[in-house]
Design a protein around this ligand. Structure first.
Ligand code: FES
Length: 115
């Protein structure tokens, strides 16, 4: 965490905010070649697309912590991120596919580098 002063007044300890680095969907890959982005396309996940950025970023947070999640772990981690188009089964398939692709890339030394 980096302490920053978010108010124009003199920065005091009570006026400080602590911020975290934030990664957006565009931050996963400028080229759209992150394994999750590729899996989303392969599994034809999006319908209207409204929820998809949030779904992918929540999936990315799971895979950053757990490279080999079970289906139950995927369901539990994604709980609460709603999709009005009901794409949940395709989201789960895409996450499992991306996790497998990431493990394979790691095992073969072909891990993706940020673009
Ligand atoms: S794809 Fe339409 S809300 Fe999720």
């Amino acid at each position: 965490m980096v302490p920053v002063c978010a108010v124009p007044a003199p920065c005091t300890s009570t006026a400080r905010l602590f911020v975290h680095a934030i990664t957006t969907i565009e931050g996963l890959s400028a080229k759209g070649d992150h394994p999750l982005q590729k899996a989303w396309i392969a599994e034809q996940v999006p319908q209207c697309g409204y929820c998809q950025s949030g779904q992918i970023m929540q999936a990315a947070s799971l895979l950053a912590k757990n490279s080999n999640p079970t289906k139950d772990e995927v369901v539990a981690h994604m709980d609460g991120n709603l999709c009005r188009c009901m794409t949940y089964s395709r989201i789960q398939k895409a996450i499992m596919r991306a996790a497998a692709d990431m493990r394979t890339a790691s095992a073969t030394g072909n891990e993706r580098r940020p673009t």
